[in-house]
Design a protein around this ligand. Structure first.
Ligand code: ADP
Length: 159
């Protein structure tokens, strides 16, 4: 039986922190589905299609990683995909409360899908998508914070 995990997020845009979680989780599961949460109520910088395109390019080097998008309840999506785990990343303590609530709620909704937390790498603990967008907007160097494809998308958008 193959072990499938989903890694959900906004990925607006994907950063090297996300990539690190993707890489590490690819070693733990037979298949990882990196999936963009579609939330029409939330305003995003990049469209869902753009985020999916960037992720697709990022994961192209891995054989066991797919990119997808979903709306509605994450646990329902995960179950439909046959996933046994939801992967989430933890950076600072500030992530903990929100992630803890989310994980408990998801377990309440479906106890057969367990959330797995992966601690950020020390190099990426301060990287978050919104900060990367802000620095890029102001013309700062973000080349060591995001994959090449994301840098290209940000440059095209801002300059
Ligand atoms: P969301 O809006 O669902 O939090 P994000 O794209 O911001 O979406 O993050 C998706 C997941 O990746 C979250 O679990 C988040 O904590 C994790 N993550 C984001 N940046 C990093 C990072 N630098 N290191 C480790 N995990 C991260």
């Amino acid at each position: 039986m193959s072990r499938i995990a989903v890694y959900p997020g906004s990925f607006d845009p994907p950063t090297n922190g996300h990539c690190d979680i993707i890489k590490r989780s690819s070693k733990l599961f037979d298949c990882v589905i990196v999936t963009v949460a579609v939330n029409p109520a939330k305003k995003h910088f990049f469209s869902v299609d753009e985020r999916v395109d960037m992720l697709q390019e990022i994961v192209s080097e891995y054989k066991n990683i797919e990119v997808d998008q979903f709306d509605g309840l994450l646990v329902e999506y995960a179950e439909k995909k046959g996933a046994v785990s939801i992967i989430r990343g933890l950076r600072a303590l500030s992530d903990f409360e929100y992630e803890f609530e989310l994980a408990l709620m998801n377990r309440h909704l479906n106890s057969s899908v367990d959330t797995i937390f992966m601690m950020t790498d020390e190099h990426y603990s301060f990287i978050r998508s919104s900060l990367v967008r802000e620095v890029a907007r102001l013309g700062g160097d973000i080349s060591d914070k995001v994959p090449r494809v994301v840098e290209k998308y940000l440059k095209e958008r801002f300059f």
